[in-house]
Design a binder for this molecule. Sequence first.
Ligand code: XMP
Length: 509
Amino acid sequence: MHHERIAILDYGSQYTRLITRRLRELGAFGLVYGPNATAEEIGGADLRGVILSGGPNSVLEDGAPGVDPRIFELGVPVLGVCYGLQLMSRDFGGQIHRAAKREYGKATIEVTDADSVLFQGMNSEQVVWMSHGDHVEEAPEGFKTVARTHGVPVAAMEDRARRRFGIQFHPEVTHTVHGNALLLNFLHVCSMKLDWNAGHFIEQKIESIRKQVGNGTVVLGLSGGVDSSVAALLLHKAIGDRLTCVFVDTGLMRKDEMKHVQEAFAPFDLKVKWVDASELFLKELHGVSDPEQKRKIIGRLFVETFEKEAKATNAKFLGQGTLYPDVIESSGIGGAVLVKSHHNVGGLPERMNMQLVEPLRELFKDEVRRAGLALGLPEDMVWRHPFPGPGLAVRIPGPISADRVKILQNADDIFIEELKLSGWYKLSSQAFAVLLPVQTVGIMGDERTYENMCAIRAVTSEDFMTADWARLPHELLEKVAQRIVNEVKGINRVVFDITSKPPATIEYE
Ligand code: XMP
């Protein structure tokens, strides 16, 4: 089945994938092509429009990527964004002002033509996000300038007869207040049917997984997190029993984690190897207190355990639930700092000489959740908070022991249960308990106690790069503290963490 499609030529902007995301939000499917894509490559009965993306180059430079002129003869509307606008201006004979440096930030544009197609139904003044060096000084023949800013005479231009449009700003970035409305106006010009949804995404991915894998087999590390769970269900739908999942219980997971994941997956009939390696992990971690050392040991043991199980399956392919934000974080695209080199099973594919299958690679987290719901993943799995690979080891500052892990599991379980009961679990982005290496005096019945202190932390966050502490109600905090102290042997004091990130991180180590 071929779905109506917008072709997006990627000139290298860090925002190109955000364009596809916005289109999906509006119900349209966009497919990204390289900058040298030809009219033949992108053409077809399902093509409804073309978007030329932004990019870091200047169109006036030697060797700057161009656009195949026959793309304009395909008979579909074209929208140039930033670099794309400048390419159109250059190729159609407009005037470009060469700038010495890039400027970026919010700008206010003034729409100067009430009949504008792109700005139909919008205010004449609006805030947009600019990021450019050069700008168009004069629109090419056939185009009408329809918006300007203080410093940019052609912020938007339209050739309505030929259905060619250009904008100097980025509609895909949330700072552009009416970005989605503008893209929607463009989609209307394209006569695009707006019916794209998670179901279509799933059908399309099933097709592409089958194409990639052929009659080969895939092995996937299932952690019970949203990403690996959705990837597993999708792969299973595509290739059935030729997918083997490996779940490694590191002994550092949440209370009854393996049982919980087993129950959630029971209805799906997946082939899963449930590996209880907790004894091995806890033995090697016993007494270790250096955070980096903990991570190293866990990483090594995980890889060894997973590798052994994966090898036994003889699979050629390694499935992974990599999302688009992970791709950015681990490649440093767009200046993102390399924060998650420890992410998932990094290094495994090279080590084991395997080819990656990553069906979620272009999706953002909320889209993965929607795909999970469409695949029938239970709600409580879909809305799970993220959980770090090293697990509770980084929530027990100081030396690890099996006893301390157990104490923390019990405290954490109570906290999460109360959060869910009160509705605050969904209102938080991540929440957990931490077992502090501090003992304090308490009194229980007639006896003095000298036990551990437990911190509880709940944060709200968009992207986990920054986070604020969740304003949990006092009554809820009281209940959690009471229950933990009464029910968990080994804890006699509970504190609530009220630091934001930065300066604190979300985890404790
Ligand atoms: P921080 O503590 O850096 O956490 O503010 C940001 C997000 O990353 C998670 N995190 C990790 N995830 N391995 C992981 O897989 C790790 O070593 C690790 N450290 C932190 C953390 O839970 C939060 O969601």
